[in-house]
Design a protein around this ligand. Structure first.
Ligand code: DNO
Length: 390
């Protein structure tokens, strides 16, 4: 597997020089300043590629070329936006970029309720508290019908929170779920006026009445439209699983489990319709047997995110150290390295540690925590390689 690292561009506090020193071979990045829906110009792509190459690495994966909301809910401007997407792919193809990660999650990408959850060893992890999430849905978003989406014990915990959460706690939760987590991945939340919560509600509106089946059809429509250009330039599209792998805020999600992924890969059997195997996202769903999924989907996997979670009582989960989560990462490395040479792999998130918290890194994307994880994974890779040659 190829050791890659997510980099947020020249504004990232982790520099290309730092990445090179710790043995990163390939960079995973995007033109983050270009709003979703606009075409990525060829000269901008070429300049980014040249910058990375001048530091002795390659641009291995685009993460992400974002799919506009109107493509996901099949709005009126869908075909125009797909045309723009195709033009971006063509420009990437001309520059020799062959792997593109994207997701098809309505409105909200990954969801966490705490970005710096203190762990007993003094480090911090990303954390999902199901009751806080329910509290946000019911009492902050005030989504109609939200209550019926939660089990009784979670509702009871959310009700208790409603009595104890201060105004400041609420503000912090909004900041975590909407502003911080989404902001650096997809750009600021919509244009529009008003508070983040109002803007979030407005973005959710077009999904009213969009069923899981409809969302699947919209993905198929999108994939069928872009496959010819992917074929022409040999570009692998790799869908990122939903994180966490369950429907959120009453909107459907279609990449949550083995049946969903099977559906996506079968609906458009073209080999350029591939998967980002994000072990971390999949591992946060108790229903997922992540190792079995790796065995099944390795042949269509084009990019791997290695990490995993630990599941806690009541539907909570915490991102685990790379050596101590519920998924055996050594086994995943065995499966993926048997399938394809040089499959790009990044360690995904890491712990926040050794001063990472005061530098201003994006949540989950600090330096020391990911460096430690990369070293651990590198050791696992070396052991697997040795096993293979025995
Ligand atoms: C979170 C990431 C996701 C991922 C996108 C890909 O840290 O794994 O935001 O980049 O879903 O489109």
């Amino acid at each position: 597997m190829k050791k890659t690292w997510r980099w947020f561009g020249t504004g990232d506090k982790v520099t290309l020089e730092m990445m090179r020193q710790i043995g990163v071979e390939g960079v995973v990045t995007a033109l983050h300043d270009i709003p979703a829906g606009e075409v990525w110009p060829e000269d901008r792509i070429a300049a980014m590629k040249a910058l990375i190459e001048s530091h002795g690495m390659e641009w291995s994966v685009v993460e992400s070329l974002p799919v506009s909301e109107a493509i996901k809910y099949a709005g009126l401007e869908r075909d125009r936006l797909i045309d723009n997407y195709i033009r971006s792919l063509e420009n990437l193809g001309r520059c020799g970029i062959r792997t593109v990660c994207y997701n098809f999650m309505p409105v909200i990408d990954w969801v966490r309720t705490e970005l710096e959850h203190p762990m007993p060893d003094g480090t911090f992890s990303l954390y999902f508290d199901y009751a806080k999430f329910a509290f946000f849905d019911i009492y902050v978003l005030e989504r109609e019908g939200a209550r019926k989406d939660f089990p009784a014990d979670v509702l009871a915990r959310a009700e208790a929170l409603e009595k104890t959460m201060t105004e400041d706690d609420r503000r912090q939760l909004i900041d975590t779920i909407i502003t911080k987590t989404q902001g650096f991945i997809n750009g600021p939340l919509g244009d529009g006026q008003g508070s983040p919560v109002e803007r979030f509600r407005a973005l959710m509106k077009p999904y009213r009445g969009v069923s899981k089946d409809q969302l699947r059809k919209n993905l198929k429509y999108f994939l069928e439209a872009i496959m010819p250009v992917c074929g022409k330039w040999d570009i692998d599209m790799c869908i990122h699983p939903d994180d966490p792998p369950m429907p959120v805020f009453g909107m459907p999600r279609i990449a949550c489990d083995a049946a969903d992924i099977r559906w996506i890969l079968d609906a458009v059997p073209d080999p350029h319709n591939g998967l980002t195997f994000c072990a971390g996202s999949l591992s946060s769903g108790a229903h997922n047997d992540v190792e079995a999924m790796a065995r099944e989907f390795a042949p269509r996997t084009r990019f791997v995110h290695l990490r995993s979670c630990n599941l806690l009582p009541g539907g909570d989960f915490v991102e685990a150290p790379h050596t101590a989560g519920r998924v055996d990462l050594v086994e995943l490395i065995r499966i993926f390295s048997a399938c394809r040479d040089s499959l790009p792999m990044r360690v995904d998130h890491g712990k926040t540690m050794l001063g990472d918290q005061s530098v201003g890194y994006n949540p989950g994307y600090g330096f020391h925590g990911r460096m430690l994880a990369l070293a651990q994974v590198e050791g696992m890779m070396a052991a697997v390689k040795k096993e293979k040659h025995q």
